[in-house]
Design a protein around this ligand. Structure first.
Ligand SMILES: [Zn+2]
Length: 456
């Protein structure tokens, strides 16, 4: 009997233990008792300007029971946010607005303490709680921005210079933005906190406005409009009647080499593709290659007035707006964004400025086309060459022969298509071929800016 009783109670005991284990296992593995902490993410880069709100997200699979955001300064702690969500939400996106009182805080650094509790029954029904302490540097001062000097004017299709000073403890970026949202890079100049930039007014834009924009890491922004005198310039519009021998000759030859014109039988259609699609593709490559601006500090910028072809006669101008017609019907149009110069066949092309060779390949309509970088985002381009005597990466010294004129690409006769680009924008080469223009718009600005900087 005794034995039997013993057996019974031990059986009971075992059952209880098994139930307890099962219960524990249930609790352990059940979603209701999950032990995963809420995930707290505060978007930040270590800075806060106390103007823009901060984005906070809190998530948890079992839903959120409550959360709290505390601002801790030297003066004490303030509750910025506190909520007990009524519905079961798995993800909360919260914008933390800076309280007005903190704007005047003298603290250079504050802490945001975010706590969140989920709806899990774990932890004796209290749920899992997470805490995240984020230290933020306070910076509500925008950068100081002053223009030291700029070219007096800029013309449509032309170039101009600007030199300015930017100071900020946590500076992040400095650039120049045109009305068409083209970004021009600025290069550190002469002494700390000074910048220089060559910019350009694209011939394709009717209006122009350039603004220096500078941002710090806390998101404070300073802007300054560059007070150039704007000179609009009309370029020649020429109407060209497409001739049969041109369409069946040069255009048919070109059509053979491009993928885009394969199988296109209509000669006008072929012309349109070459003049628009192929040209756009070739120019995209040019813009990409010439957008690079070396970012090392420079203390000066010198350039000899450009003179690429000895005794070269100008046969077509920069900015010519060419409209093509056939039988009186408009077919296509394009801007000529360089100047054409001709001398004798296969004449020697010379770079009378030192620079680095950045491109030497064949580029569609431009034929064999070396490009040289002269620093500060200034590039020279030589199209239609019959041969190229330099290689990519070469450093050329002033007055080096670099190639020979020819008619490769979209060229009827032997000539040089001479292009000048500023940060990826084609500009009027005549300015850079004019010693006086360079003196007035580049050298004089640099010289007087240096005087101001030396006194600063
Ligand atoms: Zn040309």
């Amino acid at each position: 009997m005794k034995n039997n009783n013993n057996n019974k109670s031990s059986f009971l005991g075992l059952t209880v233990i098994l139930f307890m284990i099962a219960g524990a296992l249930y609790i352990y593995f059940s979603a209701t008792f999950e032990r995963e902490l809420p995930k707290i993410t505060l978007e930040n880069n270590g800075f806060w300007n106390l103007k823009e709100p901060l984005n906070l997200s809190i998530s948890d699979d079992s839903g959120l029971k409550e959360y709290k955001v505390i601002l801790k300064t030297k003066e004490g702690e303030t509750d910025l946010e506190y909520e007990k969500p009524i519905t079961v939400e798995k993800l909360l996106n919260i914008t933390i607005k800076p309280p007005r009182s903190t704007y005047i805080t003298k603290d250079k650094e504050i802490e945001l303490i975010v706590t969140a509790i989920d709806r899990s029954k774990w932890n004796f029904l209290k749920g899992n709680s997470a805490i995240e302490i984020v230290k933020l540097k306070i910076d509500n001062k925008k950068p100081q921005l002053n223009i030291i000097g700029n070219s007096y004017k800029i013309s449509r299709g032309g170039s101009a210079l600007v030199i300015f000073k930017v100071t900020d403890e946590n500076l992040e970026s400095v650039f120049i933005e045109s009305e068409s949202e083209k970004i021009f890079k600025a290069v550190p100049f002469y002494k700390e906190n000074y910048y220089i930039s060559l910019i350009a007014w694209s011939i394709l834009e009717k209006n122009f406005k350039a603004t220096i924009v500078t941002k710090d890491k806390a998101g404070n922004i300073a802007k300054s409009y560059i007070p150039y005198y704007l000179q609009n310039k009309d370029y020649r519009l020429s109407k060209i009647n497409l001739k049969e021998n041109f369409l069946k000759g040069k255009i048919a030859d070109l059509a053979e080499e491009f993928e885009e014109t394969q199988g296109v039988e209509n000669s006008l259609e072929r012309f349109k593709i070459i003049n628009e699609n192929i040209r756009a593709k070739n120019e995209r490559l040019i813009h990409e290659v010439t957008s690079e601006v070396p970012s090392e500090m420079i203390s000066d910028f010198k350039v000899n007035s450009l003179y690429p072809l000895k005794n070269g006669q100008v046969v077509a101008h920069f900015g010519d707006h060419r409209k093509y017609y056939y039988d009186g019907n408009f077919i296509s149009e394009a801007y000529h964004v360089g100047i054409d110069m001709a001398s004798h066949s296969m004449a020697s092309i010379v770079s009378n400025n030192s620079g680095k060779v950045v491109y030497t390949d064949y580029n569609g309509l431009y034929g064999n086309m070396p490009i040289i970088s002269h620093g500060l985002g200034l590039y020279t381009l030589y199209g239609h060459c019959s041969s190229v005597d330099i290689a990519r990466g070469d450093l050329v010294s002033s007055n080096s022969p670099i190639a020979k004129t020819g008619k490769s690409g979209y060229a009827m006769g032997d000539h040089l298509h001479f292009g000048v680009l500023v940060q990826g924008v084609e500009v009027r080469p005549q300015e850079w071929m004019d010693k006086k223009w360079i003196q007035l718009n580049i050298y004089d600005i640099i010289k007087s800016a240096k005087k101001i900087i030396d006194r600063d």
